[in-house]
Design a binder for this molecule. Structure first.
Ligand code: FAD
Ligand code: 2HG
Ligand code: ZN
Length: 475
């Protein structure tokens, strides 16, 4: 469509001409973070208020034009970029970036959906509170995107997913109506919980424009340890001990395979990784937050590590002596996705399995993959405290890329997801479905559940204008 398109003219009058982009390099909005797919938008529209979002949605609905809500465009499953048709409007929320209110007594913060996660964390910290959602993309992902995907991250073991941190939403419906659900109530049993329906809906049911999120007191002390463990079974045993000894003080528990760590060393020589020794197949990052004092935190943490060493589930460990050291240890873990991207062709599996069964799952699946793809390199790491592994597979060095990417039941995905089904796990623990896993969802989710999901989608978005083709295919 040309720039004379009446819808474009209308959108310009709603958000201002400079906030409707339809020429030049739009790759920041059209290309997904993993560079898996490059779409082409009719226009990128950047509203500054909920009223503007509602007017844009109404105009698009009247013109029969579909909308792709977008936050920081850091999603992993190709859900926030347009398709290749050149007919979709990307609705970028990043100009809506204000903190609306912070209620210390109610322990809540109300924010615009386009607020960058780190800016919310900073605003809360400055006011003396903790907003615990934390992911490596926090410098650019937005709270709207976090809610849209029900993001997890590294603090879920203590605070839950984004869903558990949300007390209220403001949403623009596919018809352009505004639902104000920013109550901040901790108890409200007045019918279906629409907030929970919207969370994790990946922009397919409406546009989240504001959110009321839970706050926590800032911890008095936070300690981080990096431990080498002799096996994945030992890592699970250590997790059990950490729950027992630290209780609610356990705020992070991440596991990293040695190959994943070796990629960090290879691609980021400046990052120093402890225990780069193949005798220790896995390392763990643990975090202990304490409401009493640094001394209390250290005593409990060191006691946990002593017991773990006595029981043989930790071989060696370092405990950070300062915030700088703690950040450096976390930085190792957070650099793995970037190191993996540098290493080249890979297939990601964001899976969850009952924690107790993870070692057995990994043993069996590793063996199946090695038999089918000799030399396949397993980049296994993730949020062990939540039973969520990033069980990623890097193509064999110099191997046949086409054979590696074969996508049937004998391909890498087929093998891994087949095993996930056997273990009653999930094929998407925290990244969502997007378009990348849409067809996989049909294969791995119950038909009854899929029917209910389609019924909801048809009821709320009968013309299939909100992020169509993402998550669900609607005929
Ligand atoms: P986008 O990518 O812009 O959008 C994601 C989805 O949400 C799309 O379907 C989009 O349509 C929808 N959406 C966006 N905004 C809205 C809105 N306002 N209303 C309705 N729908 C909306 N994810 C994790 O869960 N845990 C991690 O630990 C984690 N680590 C990451 C580390 C790196 C280095 C990177 C690059 C990504 C990581 N992610 C992780 C994935 C990603 O950051 C999260 O999915 C994040 O929540 C996406 O936020 P965003 O603002 O970038 O959303
Ligand atoms: C993480 O935990 C992210 O680092 C990204 O969820 C995972 O890149 C991945 O596979
Ligand atoms: Zn993750």
């Amino acid at each position: 469509m040309s720039t004379d398109n009446p819808l474009i003219t209308q959108l310009r009058s709603i958000v201002g001409p400079t906030n409707v982009l339809n020429e030049g390099d739009l790759s920041a909005w059209e290309l997904d973070w993993r560079k898996r797919e490059r779409g082409h938008a009719l226009a990128v529209v950047r509203p500054a208020s909920t009223a503007e979002v509602a007017a844009v949605v109404k105009a698009c609905a009247a013109a029969g034009v579909s909308i792709v809500p977008q936050g920081g465009n850091t999603g992993m499953v190709v859900g926030s970029t347009p398709d290749a048709s050149g007919t979709q409007v990307v609705l970028s929320l990043t100009r809506m970036n204000q903190v609306r209110a912070l209620d210390g007594a109610n322990l809540t913060i109300t924010v615009d959906a386009g607020c960058v996660l780190q800016s919310i964390q900073d605003a809360c910290e400055q006011a003396g509170f903790l907003f615990p959602l934390s992911l490596a993309s926090e410098g650019s992902c937005t709270i709207g995107g976090n809610l849209g995907t029900n993001a997890g991250g590294t603090q879920v073991v203590r605070f839950g997913n984004t869903r558990e941190l949300c007390l209220g939403l403001e949403v623009v419906t596919p018809q352009g109506e505004i639902w104000d659900g920013l109550t901040g109530l901790r108890k409200d049993n007045t019918g279906y919980d629409l907030r929970h329906l919207m969370i994790g809906s990946e922009g397919t049911l409406g546009v989240i424009t504001g959110a009321t999120m839970k706050l926590y007191p800032l911890p008095k002390a936070q300690l981080t340890a990096f431990a080498a463990v002799p096996s994945l079974d030992a890592a699970v045993q250590l997790l059990g001990l950490a729950h027992q000894h630290l209780s609610a003080g356990l705020t992070g528990f991440e596991v990293m395979g040695q190959f994943a760590l070796s990629l960090v060393t290879k691609h980021f020589a400046q990052i120093k990784v402890p225990f780069q020794n193949t005798d220790f197949p896995y390392c763990v990052v643990l975090e202990n937050s304490d409401q009493e004092s640094e001394a209390h935190a250290r005593e409990r943490f060191e006691h946990l590590l002593e017991v773990a060493m006595e029981q043989g589930c930790v071989v060696d460990a370092v405990v950070a002596e300062s915030i700088t050291q703690a950040r450096a240890l976390w930085h190792i873990r957070e650099s793995i996705p970037l190191a993996q991207a540098q290493e080249g062709l890979n297939i990601k599996h964001d899976i969850s399995i009952a924690v107790s069964r993870i070692p057995e799952f990994v043993r069996q699946t590793d063996a199946l993959l090695q038999a089918a793809y000799p030399g396949a390199r397993l980049v296994n790491y993730g949020h062990l405290g939540d039973g969520n592994l990033h069980y990623n597979v890097q193509a064999p060095e110099g191997g046949d890329a086409e054979a590696f990417l074969r996508d049937d039941e004998k391909g890498v995905n087929g093998i891994v997801y087949g095993m996930v089904d056997q273990y009653k796990g999930s094929i998407s623990a925290e990244h969502g479905i997007g378009s990348l896993k849409r067809d996989k969802l049909v294969q791995h989710k119950s038909p009854v559940a899929l029917d209910m999901m389609r019924a909801i989608k048809r009821a709320l978005d009968p013309h299939n204008l909100m992020n169509p083709g993402r998550m669900l295919s609607i005929k």
